[in-house]
Design a protein around this ligand. Sequence first.
Ligand code: ATP
Ligand code: MG
Length: 269
Amino acid sequence: MFELQDVSHAYDGAEVLRVDAWQAAQGEHWLLLGPSGSGKTTLLHALAGILRPAAGTVTVAGQDLAALGAQALDRFRGRHIGIVLQRLHLIPSLDVAHNLLLAQYLAGLPQDRRRIDEVLGSLDLAEKATAKPHELSFGQAQRVAIARALVPRPEVLLLDEPFSALDAFTRADLQDHLLALWGDTRPTLILVTHDVDEAIALADRIMVMRPRPGRILEEIASGLPRPRDRRSDEFDAVRRRVLDTLDRSLDRSSATAIRERLSEATYSI
Ligand SMILES: Nc1ncnc2c1ncn2[C@@H]1O[C@H](COP(=O)(O)OP(=O)(O)OP(=O)(O)O)[C@@H](O)[C@H]1O
Ligand SMILES: [Mg+2]
């Protein structure tokens, strides 16, 4: 479904991303985990065709993105790839339903208000259909951005820290929603996070990245059955393995800081 081959990108002569070879199969759940500046967003932008890497090939659903002109790329993205970026890019002058109708239009799909109401309902946003983006909390706005990405039933869903502004309970709730929606059309899901537990709870495979230049340090397949119990010994064993990998991707002091934050979070629930 996704394939990267010899991809690299640099800003002002400094390489920020290098991936020799990576593939994600249809329907897989991938989580990109890594410290700030390790190239997660850059990699996601390359997968979405938002960024054309300086070198290498990005293939999505059999299509080499570099072979598409700007218009064809927009159409391909609208139809096949759902994206939720760190900046949400909701249109401020349009209400929630019209932001979603616009996504249908841009994907070249017929207007289908029922689909929009269905997705809004599944994300607990039915009452917000006529709200403008500035009338939403940030967590609600994040959910609208997820709804907008899901409306065209994309084969691929790319999400850049979509739960970052949410408290632990809303976050777990939205993760469940996302898994349920994923069960609906089973897109290939690639989600960026800083959160180790979130990665283990959601992912089939975790890609741990390291900075300077951003590259894949390790791919970890958790093998945990679903639904996942964050308090189980098996979950804890994967957590330890991921933290050890992060230890290697970071300098020790920041790895220790992450560990401390994680244990605070565990004990405060
Ligand atoms: N447009 C740009 N111009 C120059 N440098 C950039 C640009 N975009 C990203 N970078 C640099 O590329 C590196 C990787 O950035 P990227 O946004 O991919 O990291 P990230 O892993 O997503 O970080 P975060 O967790 O903070 O979101 C960083 O060093 C960043 O400063
Ligand atoms: Mg980022």
